[in-house]
Design a binder for this molecule. Sequence first.
Ligand SMILES: [Zn+2]
Length: 274
Amino acid sequence: MRRPLFWCLVAILAAHLALACTKVPILGRRQLNVIPDAIMLPIGASAYQSTLAGLKLAERGEQHQTVQQVGERIAHAVSGQDFDWEFALVRDAETVNAWALPGGKVAVYTGILPICSNEAGLAFIMAHEIGHVVARHGSERLSQQLAVLGGLAGLYLYLDNKTELSQEQQAIILASVGVGAEVGLVLPFSRKHEREADVIGMMYMSSAGYPPQQAIDIWERMEQGGSGSALPAFLSTHPSHDDRAENLRDWLPNAKRRYERNKLDRDTTSTLWD
Ligand SMILES: [Zn+2]
């Protein structure tokens, strides 16, 4: 190969990789992300619609209102990002779960409210989910699965509603973005993504005026809730680790400073749900 051509190819490849690299907010980790938002957003929006279609939603009432207000407050704290936020409360007291999809679609199940216990606890769970969205974890996971799907062409087939993709390939897409249980495939989030969403969530909840100590307390309640025969769904996709609260404690002083600057002038830690 002639040298100028070689360097030209190297330059093109480097430019492509630089474009494909994004940065995780707050933590600054560089991630390889080959799927542009223009592809991820429609996947998130359509998975949101089809998943919610099979669930019973709360469309009014105090709990519904609290979920909307907390979600909007945290979304407001996510500065400089262009997401189309939507928050749903699923009426399902048996399911201890919450999830988020690319583009800013968040669902909370009534079954997780007793573990949230109060508004600040709910703020952490929602901010953790929002953390997954803002850090583009779904798209990073899907980037890692692209080979299985036959590359970006496979994703385009999915978006065009063409049937060439196997059931398993479609399941991989949904599982990567976070709603795999609906199609029988659950990909657990990696420990790295969980730790990131915890830290980002604790920072965002603090910016939104909620006390960050709740982020640490909630893991204790979660473990207690999971000590019975059935493991909460949230824990089956969100593996718990001994060092999880420890990871948050390192960031607590920083989060407290944010909270002090932004704190709401009312108590958000009194018990609402038990
Ligand atoms: Zn998570």
